[in-house]
Design a protein around this ligand. Structure first.
Ligand code: ZN
Length: 148
């Protein structure tokens, strides 16, 4: 695929997530919750989690308003994190934070890399990095300080 075709495909995936967000809505019986705000762009995301007794993300949902990148990233994140352990989620987040800055992301599985790679084009737009990472930081805040 040419670079242009690849870029278009990536834009398509991001638009699809922002128009048809996965796991959208409030989660009743959430065990953890946090709200995130990106003042640079005005993006808002609320992440709801239900952590199972085995430490896995038993369920995850989000609500939000903002640019396509912030909402697509939140949608993609909920897809990826559901069913993961906290340690796995942490690893994914680290990999993602590297990718959006255009850095190598060792430690990601091939599947996860392929999914997250859609966001790596963001690295060319430093102003948008905070849009892409908002949901992930909000997830971390929910886990660490957001017990309901
Ligand atoms: Zn934004």
């Amino acid at each position: 695929m040419t670079d242009n075709a690849l870029r278009e495909l990536y834009q398509e995936v991001i638009l699809d997530h922002s128009r048809h967000p996965r796991h959208y809505g409030a989660l009743e019986q959430a065990s953890h919750k946090a709200e995130g705000y990106n003042p640079l762009c005005g993006d808002r995301v609320t992440v709801y989690l239900k952590l199972g007794e085995d430490g896995r993300v038993a369920d995850i949902k989000f609500q939000g308003k903002g640019c396509a990148i912030s909402q697509a990233s939140a949608s993609m994140m909920t897809d990826l994190l559901k069913g993961r352990t906290r340690a796995e989620a942490e690893k994914l987040m680290e990999g993602f934070l590297h990718l959006v800055k255009g850095e190598a992301a060792p430690g990601l599985s091939d599947d996860d890399r392929e999914t997250l790679d859609v966001m790596s084009g963001i690295s060319q737009f430093p102003m948008r990095v905070k849009c892409a990472t908002l949901a992930w930081h909000t997830y971390r805040n929910a886990v660490e300080e957001g017990a309901t």
